[in-house]
Design a protein around this ligand. Structure first.
Ligand SMILES: Nc1ncnc2c1ncn2[C@@H]1O[C@H](COP(=O)(O)OP(=O)(O)OP(=O)(O)O)[C@@H](O)[C@H]1O
Length: 316
């Protein structure tokens, strides 16, 4: 039985541009099965549909069509069972301003019907670096601290499946490390983790398997190592003070002074460098590195070049 199963999930919203009968497909027949114990990454550019998929998984929105289940419990027809198996760390900082941290955790525990949970709550506070904030009102916490509490709230009922929607957005390096150490430990102990993030180095380090979404469709799905292997191979990287001639811009990614040129083989790199020399360019800090997940991501997104926004009629 899958830990999380999305079967041909579509979500249509009223089209922002069109007439009333037009719909905009935020998700287009997404099918994914995440196995128990996996650390799974869901990646995609802004607006790809990641949060929509997680919102449907959490039972907070209805899919227009398709089925979603958590460890065999359908999120619509068996909502309470599915919800109990799931711990969701939402992207937005939502919290009750009247509680202090410990009270919020106790309240959430009660919501899931878990009694005498103080030992686990203490462990959560400790693991998330919140012990000295236990009696601080939620209103008085910094953004990063609130995010730690959100993680605690999601885990308070010891769910076997943990969903993290951009948990490290706006979070300092220290908390990221604490958070990942804790989540990795829970994963090693058997929890399934579904993570969305824009920090691709985090996804590369943590996730065993990755799906990439674009415009509501799954455009890549494989193990992280297979995705990395299938990538171009190497990236030539250098800095430059002048403008690149148009011929050298083809296939290159330019960020300020830094130019990155993904290449399948050494010959392509040699050719590029020779052309740069011929053009009289002064390249600085030249290095050749292995393609990383960010290179793979950009390559996949480019391969699935922008299409018209998908519009379709989907049966409710
Ligand atoms: N309630 C809504 N009504 C209409 N359109 C919506 C609604 N919620 C999301 N959308 C649209 O659906 C698409 C997918 O949005 P979603 O938030 O799922 O993307 P995302 O991949 O999570 O993006 P991000 O990385 O920016 O968080 C976007 O085009 C968004 O504008």
């Amino acid at each position: 039985m899958s830990a999380i199963s999305f079967q041909s999930v579509s979500k249509a919203y009223p089209s922002p541009r069109g007439s009333q009968s037009d719909t905009f497909l935020a998700l287009d027949r997404v099918s994914l099965d995440i196995e128990p114990g996996e650390f799974f990454g869901l990646l995609g550019p802004n607006g790809a549909g990641k949060t929509t998929l997680i919102t449907i998984l959490a039972g907070l929105a209805r899919a227009t069509s398709g089925r979603v289940s958590v460890l065999g419990s359908d999120v619509q027809t068996d909502y309470a069972a599915a919800r109990r198996k799931l711990g969701v760390v939402p992207q937005e900082l939502v919290f009750d301003p009247f509680f202090n941290v410990r009270e919020a955790l106790r309240f959430q525990s009660g919501y899931f019907g878990v009694k005498h949970n103080d030992a686990w709550i203490d462990e959560l506070l400790e693991s998330l670096g919140l012990t000295d904030k236990a009696h601080v009102n939620m209103r008085a916490l910094s953004g990063g601290m609130k995010r730690r509490v959100l993680v605690g709230l999601a885990l308070v009922h010891k769910p076997p499946v943990i969903v993290l929607d951009e948990p490290t957005a706006g979070v300092d390096v220290e908390l990221r490390q604490t958070l990942w150490a804790f989540i990795a430990k829970l994963n090693q102990q058997g929890s399934t983790v579904l993570l969305t993030t824009h920090y691709l180095e985090e996804a590369e380090a943590l996730c065993g398997r990755i799906a990439m979404l674009k415009q509501g469709r799954v455009v890549a799905l494989d193990t992280t190592s297979a995705l990395l292997k299938a990538a171009s191979g190497n990236v030539l990287q250098f800095k430059i003070d002048s403008e690149l001639p148009p011929s050298l811009k083809v296939g290159a990614r330019i960020t300020g002074r830094v130019v990155q040129y993904p290449a399948t083989d050494a010959l392509a790199i040699e050719r590029y460098l020779a052309a740069a020399r011929e053009a009289g360019l002064m390249l600085q800090d030249i290095e050749i590195r292995r393609a990383d997940l960010e290179d793979v991501f950009l390559e996949v997104m480019k391969r699935h070049a922008p299409a018209e926004s998908p519009t379709a009629e989907v049966n409710a």
